[in-house]
Design a protein around this ligand. Structure first.
Ligand code: ADP
Length: 525
């Protein structure tokens, strides 16, 4: 309701400035006044016919004065109505009728009172109307200011803050508003600013130049200011003590803002500047937190590497040294065992280093996927080949439903996932048990599952084991310390492929680790 009244008020303002010419307005108001006089006279004639006295008829004319004050905007029309009502009353109802003569001098006083009453009523009505209008305007402005604060609090990005500031200012001023985030750029065609309303016409390069001046000099410029007053808009810098965040342009051609409106606009823009400042601070905090996290990760990795690399490296160098010193004294079986140990240690080291590299790439956000359509069969073969080298005491069974399965993936990374899952199956299940790798297609997805016959994973651990550095409390079969890298890496890789990874129990014992990727149609050439 308040908004509608304000809108009407604004429209009336516009009418005065061009929509209605002043002669049209006078004609309209006079027509209403004449109409009211005719109506009051007609009702009075009717009342006279019904036998009412003259004082009742005077009240009819006074009521007409009330309506006139309500409906007509030009001030002097009330004088016209007052004079008209006295003349008509005299002409129609005072003896001798149809003349302006007054035989009873007492009626002169009646006429004066009638005229004065209509003037007082009109003046009072106008005051009430003005007060009501001002109250509506005030209420509307308060509502806009409140809404401005609420919307700015919810705005998350600079774009949202800029849009909110422009739209709220448009509501306040009822003229198009533009917001430039950062320094306005003069390009033809002009681009890079937010409009309060999609219907706003575009700005010219000259107007952008004024906005740019306001941004660079951290001052208000354009219409109604001393700087470049010839421009069509008023350009206000949205600024904190140290920085200009944006420039807001308000079209001042149709409606020149009053000083009070300017103050209101500045108050709103100060709030917008606070919102910009808050947003910048949050961004900085996030960056600092990320840096801290990365520092922590680097620290953790360094600690682990230095600790965990020592054991296999010592073992490799010890074994190599023994081969060098005693090469001819060792029997074939012992030599073979030493070669095998060196090989296993070095493969373990390679896997670890690859996982470490991938984890740091993911954490730094530099991991790039080289997605290609791959035959699942090839990926399985590569993983099995690598896994079998370290699988002396387990039996690996591969079950693949369809040899022609294809999926879109970064094959190197998926091999790394399978490698981690197969290595874990070896590490966490006793010698002599079976490890089963099943691959099948269902609902346009390729499913990979690695099932072992180890101790399985407790229900409360199932969520945690995919977190980085979560090592669990499982003793490794090979006695090496768990670093909690492998599964976290698998999860990141699978999710980067828009896939899903999970763990479930393998009945009667052990666990099944599975993941899915989108399947791809096989193209027959
Ligand atoms: P790591 O790289 O050190 O092996 P992972 O992230 O691969 O660490 O595994 C995290 C933890 O999950 C392990 O410490 C272990 O407790 C548990 N885990 C992983 N795979 C299995 C499995 N197949 N059976 C039982 N526990 C497992």
């Amino acid at each position: 309701m308040t908004a509608r009244r304000w809108k009407r008020y604004q429209e009336e303002g516009n009418e005065e400035k061009g929509k209605w010419s002043s002669s049209e307005k006078i004609f309209l108001d006079l027509s209403v006044t004449v109409g009211l006089l005719v109506l009051a006279t007609a009702i009075s004639v009717l009342f006279r016919g019904l036998g009412f006295r003259n004082d009742n008829l005077i009240l009819v004319y006074v009521t007409g004065a009330l309506l006139e004050a309500l409906l007509v905007r030009i001030r002097w029309s009330s004088v016209f109505y007052g004079a008209g009502s006295v003349i008509l009353f005299n002409c129609f109802f005072i003896e001798p009728t149809w003349t302006l003569k007054v035989t009873d001098k007492g009626y002169i006083v009646t006429f004066l009172v009638m005229f004065a009453t209509s003037q007082v009523i009109s003046s009072l009505m106008r005051q009430v109307k003005r007060a009501q209008m001002q109250a509506s305007v005030k209420a509307y402005r308060t509502a806009v200011l409140l809404e401005n604060s609420q919307r700015l609090q919810q705005a998350k990005t600079p774009e949202e803050i800029g849009r909110c500031a422009a739209q709220q200012l448009e509501k306040l001023m009822n003229v198009p508003v533009y917001c430039f985030l950062g320094e306005p750029k003069i390009t033809v065609p002009v681009t890079g600013y937010i409009k309060s309303d999609e219907k706003n016409p575009d700005l010219s390069a000259n107007e952008i130049a004024v906005a740019k001046w306001a941004f660079r000099n951290n001052r208000h410029a354009g219409a109604t200011t001393d700087i470049l007053p010839g421009s069509g808009g008023l350009y206000l810098a949205v600024r904190s003590q140290e920085q200009v965040f944006a420039v807001v342009g308000i079209r001042a051609v149709e409606k020149v803002p009053t000083n009070f409106e300017k103050d209101l606009m500045l108050a709103m823009l100060n709030e917008a500047a606070l919102a910009f400042e808050k947003e910048q601070m949050q961004k900085k905090n996030q960056e600092t937190a990320l840096k801290l996290q990365q520092e922590q990760l680097r620290g953790n990795l360094l600690r682990m590497i230095s600790h965990d690399l020592r054991t296999p490296l010592t073992s490799i160098s010890g074994n190599a040294d023994m081969l060098l010193e005693n090469e001819h004294r060792l029997d074939n079986e012992t030599r073979h065992q030493i070669f095998l140990d060196i090989y296993e240690d070095s493969v373990w080291l390679i896997d670890l280093v690859e996982n470490l590299l991938s984890v740091t790439r993911i954490e730094n956000g530099t991991m790039e996927l080289h997605m290609q359509s791959e035959m699942v069969e090839d990926v399985i073969q590569e993983s099995v080949k690598r896994a079998k080298r370290c699988m002396n005491s387990h039996t690996l069974i591969v079950e693949q439903e369809d040899d022609l399965l294809m999926a879109r993936m970064d094959a190197k990374l998926i091999v790394q996932v399978l490698n981690n899952l197969l290595n874990n199956a070896v590490k966490y299940s006793p010698s002599g048990t079976e490890i089963r790798l099943c691959v099948y297609e269902k609902d346009h997805h390729v499913f990979f599952e690695v099932a072992d016959q180890g101790k399985g994973i407790a229900e409360e651990e199932k969520d945690k084991i995919f977190s980085l550095f979560y090592a669990g409390n499982h003793p490794n079969i090979d006695g090496r310390r768990s670093m909690g890298l492998g599964l976290a890496l698998c999860k990141s890789i699978v999710e980067a492929h828009q896939g899903r990874i999970w763990v479930k129990d393998h009945v009667p014992r052990g666990s099944i680790f599975g993941f899915e990727l989108m399947a791809e149609e096989v193209k027959m050439i």
